[in-house]
Design a protein around this ligand. Structure first.
Ligand code: PMP
Length: 446
């Protein structure tokens, strides 16, 4: 029975605490009473208690679920040693082990690791790294970035500047963001299973050629100003859950090489198996110069991200005027976060292929009925990512409530109702998620 007084916690929160991109007088939040396995126990603002599979994996990071015994043990063990020490002049085993592990599994021959405290900060560090690299090579005027429309790379200033200039936050901060060079969004593509059990990428070939020509001519026009190409590989996440052809990433690699640019891939959302490859860059067999990882790095337990770079990049920085990469946050390489990350990455390595393959199959099968709905423009899946795109903006509050009634927590945005569920979901959990999304969309939007 709903508590007629409503959720006391939500009432205390309302107007006091800012939530992501939400006004202080916006709808009250759901209160989390507990989280275990892949389920959240929630109290709705009206006091109703609900249990739901977290189809968001806490914004794509809780891949092993909540209160995972392996991650819990790693956290407790490190807590009993020490939870934090500064990283200036000191080191510790969890950080070194994690750096060894990340360089071993990275897409391409990465030789150096910088630990940052969030995804956005890792993007800042990667961008600084590119400017320092160009300056070290005698090209200090190369200070802009070539990217594509539709991207999302975080909320700090330099990261915002490479987000989509229309749907990102450029209009809120006119004049305050660095002006980057934007190529069109890479044309949509789809990974389809062939009858012989192989996967094939499908895309409008003419659109692909036109995009390639445009990217090459932009790079030609701006060579002397550009430091690097920055891009989310194959899947643009918060910019629209847009899947594009790996060939586009190959083109960007070629463009970077032709113009003396570094290629930075933002694998913060796509890394650690999410798209059906350990890193999405692998779909294109492209070897980047710089890689950002975050989110699933700690299985969603703690905030940690990392910037990986090749030996060539590291050598240039070491030979530069400053000799160091000019960044050093207080909580750099937090030992607790690194210890959990080691456990999380180890778990990913041992099970991501089976888990993501399984989640992908169940999602594909049970989201497909959404394609028959009047309100639905497109249904797509890639790895453990499932997207239902509507023909108009989602009624977020009503779809969220309708999905919750079906036992599923989603957080739609724009015209998208999507899921990136924990890999730890059983087949039944994934089916519940897919059917919950289809049912909620049908109920609210028809
Ligand atoms: N890059 C990408 C691709 C992301 O999806 C995100 C977060 N959604 C970020 C960067 C920013 O990461 P954080 O929120 O940890 O700062």
């Amino acid at each position: 029975m709903p508590d007629p007084a409503g959720s006391p916690l939500a009432a205390r929160d309302g107007g006091l605490v800012w939530h992501p991109y939400a006004p202080l007088d916006g709808p009250l939040p759901y209160a989390v009473e507990g989280a275990a396995g892949v389920r959240l126990t929630l109290t709705a603002p009206d006091g109703e208690r609900l249990e739901a599979v977290d189809a968001m994996a806490s914004w794509w990071c809780a891949v092993h679920g909540y209160r995972n015994p392996v991650l819990d043990a790693a956290a407790h063990e490190q807590l009993d040693r020490f939870s934090h020490v500064m990283f200036g002049g000191l080191t510790h085993e969890p950080a070194v082990r994690l750096a060894e592990r990340l360089t071993a599994i990275a897409p391409g021959p990465m030789a150096h690791v910088f630990f940052a405290d969030s995804g956005s900060v890792s993007v800042e560090v990667a961008l600084k790294l590119c400017l320092q690299y160009q300056a070290a090579r005698g090209r200090p005027r190369r200070q802009r970035f070539l990217t594509v429309r539709g991207g999302y790379h975080g909320d700090t200033f330099a990261a915002m500047s490479v987000c989509d200039p229309v749907d990102g936050m450029h209009s809120a901060f006119p004049g305050a963001l660095a002006r980057q060079v934007f190529a069109p969004r890479p044309p949509a593509a789809r990974l389809v299973a062939t009858p012989i059990g192989e996967n094939r990428w499908e895309c409008d070939e003419l659109a692909l050629q036109a995009w390639e020509a445009e990217v090459r001519s932009l790079a030609d026009a701006h060579t002397d100003e550009l430091a690097a190409v920055v891009v989310e590989p194959v899947l643009q996440g918060a910019g629209g859950m847009h899947v594009y052809h790996p060939r586009c990433l190959q083109v960007l690699r070629e463009v970077a090489d032709d113009h003396g640019l570094l290629l930075v891939v933002d694998e913060i959302a796509t890394g650690f198996g999410r798209t059906g490859r350990l890193f999405a860059s692998e779909w294109a067999e492209v070897s980047p110069d710089v890689v950002c990882v975050g989110k699933a790095l700690t299985g969603g337990y703690l905030s940690l991200a990392a910037v990986l770079a090749t030996r060539r990049v590291g050598e240039a920085i070491t030979r530069s005027e400053f000799r160091a990469l000019l960044h050093g946050p207080t909580f750099m390489a937090n030992p607790l976060a690194c210890a959990v990350a080691n456990a999380s990455v180890e778990l990913v390595e041992s099970s991501w292929k089976d888990d993501v393959g399984r989640v992908a199959r169940v999602l594909t099968e049970h989201l497909s009925p959404a394609a028959r709905l009047r309100s639905v423009a497109d249904v797509r899946t890639l790895g453990a990512v499932g997207v239902v795109q509507l023909t108009s903006p989602v009624d977020v509050a009503r779809v969220t409530a309708a999905a919750l009634r079906r036992g599923v927590w989603v957080r739609p945005f724009r015209d998208l109702v999507y899921t990136m569920p924990p890999y730890a979901c059983s087949d039944d959990d994934v089916r519940l998620v897919a059917q919950g999304i289809v049912g909620a969309v049908a109920e609210v939007h028809g």
